[in-house]
Design a protein around this ligand. Structure first.
Ligand SMILES: Cc1ncc(COP(=O)(O)O)c(C=O)c1O
Length: 403
């Protein structure tokens, strides 16, 4: 079969593949624990359900404007004002099928073939592939001090005349780290000065713990939005736990939004009107759903940390947000793909290899599931790896010996 050279270069999403493997194993009746999941287990907010059901009941299920429903845009204007203290116009907003499509639209709009896009390791798995999909070149910057926090000096070192954009994701998937105020201030100033687009993937923006807040990039630019290089991406997937509705949005200068809208009009047109109605419901309904989800994730984070701290040889950075952590498993293996496969086969636990995020020797563990999944999952991983842990374990109703 003949497929294009570009298509051949694009890797499948490892997280979506693992979801599929876990689903197949579960279908066969295997007691799989999924510590790879990228979504909370909550029910969709009632206001979202009612909003989408009301739209469906009208029977008037048609195209919307490509850049989104005016009423949803209005709700997003309020959201931006409330969470970012910035007044933006509806013309600064494009609504897409998930934050994923926003990021792709932004890259398509800004990157020429052979332009470079700087990604900060650990990075979200989709960034390098999306950059390649617009014929750009991903340039990875890895912190040399073993932390998950980037430094401007390392970024400056790789900037060339081809650097078109930098993607910043904080709170960060996979590490859960929130980048510091100083770093956000520096990178905003740097990008504005150099004319480099700064794509801020803020999909976990309010999913933060212990009273911390994720820095707001707008605070550090004195340019008005139309002349700024900032493209801020957000959505309802993570903080409202509405991944299946597939609604995200980008806030950017009008001229960029116009081009992003052209691109979207030639690919997917608009995001589904039913989902846009759901997102509008979520944004205008009671906001305690965000806080409830945040508290659940903070509690789950605490349970995960308790389990990992008591795990021989594992080093872990305490996440300040999201629902992931990225422990260092190099005491057991330097090959995260092999390790992840071993844990799935031996212990029926799904983990995501760190190499997919640019951090070999680590595994991304999600605490978006139940407390029971977290404790049982880590117990199984310990059993599989640590000879100091008890030799026997129950996996489902099977009693198994390690040796
Ligand atoms: C960092 C990051 N950005 C974007 C997305 C995609 O969000 P959406 O489901 O809205 O497309 C994800 C989902 O895992 C993510 O982790």
């Amino acid at each position: 079969m003949s497929v294009s050279q570009l298509a051949r270069e694009i890797k499948e999403s490892p997280t979506l593949r693992l979801n599929e493997e876990a689903r197949i194993l579960r279908q066969k009746g295997e007691p799989v624990i999924h510590l790879g999941i990228g979504e909370p287990k909550n029910r969709a907010p009632i206001a979202a359900i009612l909003g989408s059901a009301a739209k469906l009941h009208t029977g008037d299920v048609k195209y919307t404007p490509t850049d989104g429903l005016p009423s949803l845009k209005k709700a997003i204007v309020h959201f931006v004002e409330e969470h970012y203290d910035r007044l933006v116009a509806p013309e600064n907003i494009i609504i897409s099928t998930g934050a994923k499509q926003c990021i792709y639209n932004a890259l398509f709009t800004t990157v020429n073939p052979q332009d470079e896009v700087i990604l900060l390791a650990p990075y979200w798995v989709s960034y390098p592939e999306m950059v390649k999909m617009v014929y750009g070149i991903p340039v990875i910057v890895t912190p040399e001090d073993g932390t998950f926090h980037p430094r401007l000096e390392d970024i400056e070192r790789v900037v060339t005349s081809y650097t078109k954009a930098i993607i910043v994701n904080s709170p960060n998937n996979p590490s859960g780290v929130i980048y510091s105020e100083e770093f956000i201030a520096e990178i905003v100033e740097f990008c504005e000065r150099k004319g480099i687009y700064l794509i801020l993937d803020d999909i976990y923006h309010t999913l933060v713990f212990d009273g911390q807040r994720a820095p707001i990039a707008y605070k550090y630019t004195d340019k008005d939005l139309e002349n700024s290089k900032l493209i801020v991406v957000n959505g309802v997937s993570k903080v409202y736990g509405m991944t299946g509705f597939r609604i995200g949005w980008a806030v950017a200068p009008r001229k960029l939004v116009e081009v992003m809208t052209n691109i979207q009009s030639q690919t997917t047109s608009n995001a589904s009107v039913i989902s846009q109605a759901a997102a509008e419901g979520a944004l205008t309904g009671v906001q305690s759903v965000i806080e409830n989800l945040r508290l659940t994730m903070q509690n789950n984070r605490d349970v995960m940390m308790q389990e990992l701290i008591a795990f021989n040889g594992i080093r872990v950075t305490r996440p300040s947000g999201t629902f992931y952590c990225l422990p260092d498993f190099r005491a057991y293996s330097n090959d995260s793909i092999e390790l992840s496969r071993f844990l799935l086969e031996k212990a029926l636990v799904v983990t995501v290899p760190g190499v997919a995020f640019g951090m070999e020797g680590h595994l991304r563990l999600s605490y978006a599931g139940s407390v029971n999944d977290i404790t049982k999952g880590i117990e199984r991983i310990k059993w599989a790896l640590d000879p100091g842990s008890p030799n026997e374990i129950y996996i489902g109703d099977r009693k198994i010996l390690r040796d």
